[in-house]
Design a protein around this ligand. Sequence first.
Ligand SMILES: Nc1ncnc2c1ncn2[C@@H]1O[C@H](COP(=O)(O)OP(=O)(O)O)[C@@H](O)[C@H]1O
Ligand SMILES: O=P(O)(O)OC[C@H](O)CO
Length: 499
Amino acid sequence: MATYILALDQGTTSSRAILFDRNGHPVARAQRELTQHFPQSGWVEHDPLEIWHSQLDTLHQALASVGASPRDIAAIGIANQRETSLVWERATGKPLAPAIVWQDRRTAAHCAQLQAEGHEEQVRRRTGLLLDPYFSATKLAWLLDAIPHGRERAQAGELAAGTIDSWLIWKLSDGARHVTDATNASRTLLLDIDTGQWDPAMLALFDIPLPCLPQVVPSGTRGEPIALATALGHPVPITGVAGDQQAALFGQTCFVPGMAKNTYGTGCFVLMQTGDRRIHSSNRLLTTIASHTQERRYALEGSVFVGGAVVQWLRDGLGMIERAEDVEALAASVPDHGDVHVVPAFAGLGSPHWDPYARGAIVGLSRGSTRAHIARAALESIAFQSAELLQAMQADVGHPLTELRVDGGASANNLLMQFQSDLLGVPVVRPRCTETTALGAAYLAGLSAGYWESTGELAGNWQVDRVFEPAMSRDEAGGRLHTWARAVERSRGWTRADA
Ligand SMILES: Nc1ncnc2c1ncn2[C@@H]1O[C@H](COP(=O)(O)OP(=O)(O)O)[C@@H](O)[C@H]1O
Ligand SMILES: O=P(O)(O)OC[C@H](O)CO
């Protein structure tokens, strides 16, 4: 009798494998860091084979740590960094170029050209997204331009393109399945999010030949599995797949419209469940597919490109701290930010600004500023950027948020969580299991495999670790957000040729 659900969480900075039991408790966990390649300013790449091998290694490590084998897995769920795109050869399974990571800005000029030609409104209406290098379409177009005879070969069906879910499923199924789930597909700029099908108008706009794209499948349904993971020796059904941020929304059991979560990882991603309603944002947020099980569900999303990564920069770039968690003590060693603001626009700015030309800035420095003020301001920047998104989201849905569920590596930081609650004026709720991305993938897979019966059962598993109640006056919070907006202004458009 299979005892566990195995979740694979292929994130930007690491690959993880976690085994969950019926109570949604993680019983085994393995993690491997992933090398980040920065070949040019604004470029970010991953090695597709390192992604695959690191993921496979963690899978075997997690199983070995509890003496389990593939036979003990009822089903596999996959959650992955989204938008990151790659192209491989169908005949050999060989990647033809490094994967272009979601943070990569190399296609900014292509996006600007399409904007100047007036395509953005159509793109927004069809895909729920907007023209920014963040999404997959211009990355795939760039890869097909760079690969010799790329477009002809793609048209002839010789090449396979996709996001990381497609790549992992291809490898796990020994090349038998070239598929992507609806949530991942909804991040490509190529999907009509009303029909859930590739959109011929978008394929034409970005010049992407249909034969190279994966088949779009649900994130999980009872019946036929999405694929069989034959590469493990014993075939295990893959029955759940979602982009990592949608998986986190599922893992936080935000099933009711209006419920929202923020994941504080490398970036920060706020998603609000909107059920079967596709909301058009008036505030430059994204509409995305939250999940596709029996029905398609939508979410409003705001994406911050540099969240916890600003803490990595304090550690690796500035050498201010040894470990990410040390930032809390350093930031708490001063009573406040001392008027310092750090705008970590290292990879441009995401929602709601969408400025690929913005770059990082530290403003408000005085003779009395110390590294502790900079650390505190860097930490606060994570909450400021998230608060901007939540303000925009509340304006779009027309009602206030009642609580924010949080997860991801930086949600462990109590100072940050308290400041987040202070800025928003609503409780910030951290669950016991903050591996909600992996949990969401496990839930999708386990529901499809009949391991769990209903979403109600899953919601019952969710447990609170700590609630952060707002302690700042609304006036003070408003003042802080206003000053933050002034700091952001100073970072905008920095690398524009005409700036
Ligand atoms: N205690 C902490 N305080 C602030 N940031 C933290 C803390 N612990 C980890 N981080 C940040 O969280 C991020 C890692 O979170 P994780 O959810 O593993 O990210 P990802 O899934 O994007 O790889 C890193 O950017 C790290 O700097
Ligand atoms: O891998 P993460 O957690 O940094 O998430 C990356 C997002 O999916 C990018 O859209």
